[in-house]
Design a protein around this ligand. Sequence first.
Ligand code: HEC
Ligand code: HEC
Length: 380
Amino acid sequence: MGVAGVAFVAFAAGSGSGVTKPPEALLDFTPAELAQIAAHGPWPPEPRPDASNRVLNQTRAQAWGASLFFDVRLSAGQQLACASCHQPHRAFQDGLTTAVGRTAGQRNTPGLLDVAQWRWLGWDGAHDSLWSASLTPLLSDGEMQQTVPALAQRVRSTPELAAGYREAFQKALPVDDATLVVDLGKALAAYQASLVSERTPFDDFRDALSRGDAASAASYPLAAQRGLRLFLGEGRCTVCHAGPSFTNGEFGDVGIPFFVPGGVDAGRYKGLEKLLASPYNRLGGFNDAGVQDPRAVSTRHVTLQPRHFGEFRVPSLRQLTHTAPYMHNGSLARLDDVVMHYSELPVERLHTDGERILRPLELSDQQAADLTAYLRSLSR
Ligand code: HEC
Ligand code: HEC
């Protein structure tokens, strides 16, 4: 844990006039740690191609999707829009423990920044595309409470919505109701795919290290550097929170209780059942790439296994300071609470799979503060 002298180079090289940021210092990261750090970038990532949605990159569809996202006319009662829960000024979530639509939900509303990166969508992975994940809230009873025929009828009979469709898709409205409704999902997806989170202090640090610019790297707070070392090493956080988005895109159980009023939330187990039964998955007839879609392979090969019970998707760790409360049920209010959770982990509640990776970290106060400082540096 020695401290290299480079920080003072940064100071000496300062312009000498005006306010110079006080120098921090740079931990002596090992080559292995440097490689791990580099793997958490670069940011922003390349957009992920998705041939299942033919309008994904089309500006007309993106613009219409943006207006639909704020349009209460898509909901049965004309009171709820996507943006009611996914609020732009809160990184597209709502700050609530669990969502409240027409009725109270059981899960925390996820933010939508970087949403085009995920292979599986929803805390339970019940969706394999952004457009199918955008249909569910429209058609779910507790949310916007539409049916396919009623929603199609709403679009057909609202001149502005019908005109919006023709402009976005450059064609007449499809006769088939389901095709029309799926196209709403595809326009909504085109908009949401443009929501990419901003670069963070960690990204500047990571890039500075990658180009060997120790002087710039040293302006990254020492507490965050120590937290990063914990994150990569002892904490083993990167096993699941990997890569530029800090998620391996898969599912896990980290000991968050899955009891809900009247039963349990089976998580990935139920999610997979829903995914495989859905007419809107990548194997169904609404995939614009048909059987050629390279991304349909995962859907074809997933199988339902008992270990999926009580697993939830590994969330991204970017922009966390804007997305409290945390976890699938919003049960942890602050980042300190999350760090405390991993510190005191209830091992008896974990799956055998989880136990192999996770154990209570029993962090000192200093270590807990460092890890929180690191997590905070993943936000702008
Ligand atoms: C009542 C609040 C509410 C409304 C309205 C709502 N959502 Fe959501 N949204 C949620 C919740 C809660 C989840 C998590 C669902 C789950 O995991 O089962 C979610 C999940 C999502 C996801 C998956 C995100 C991810 O990271 O996997 C997408 C995409 C999404 N919503 C888009 C939309 C769109 C588009 C609309 C409008 C058509 C909409 N939502 C309306 C609450 C809402
Ligand atoms: C075994 C895989 C795994 C490991 C290891 C792991 N996590 Fe997680 N993490 C998850 C899963 C899964 C969730 C969501 C759990 C839930 O909602 O029930 C999560 C949730 C989180 C959240 C909440 C994010 C949000 O938006 O709600 C934070 C913060 C977090 N983890 C940080 C860490 C840190 C720090 C470490 C290391 C000390 C770590 N994780 C280790 C899988 C893991």
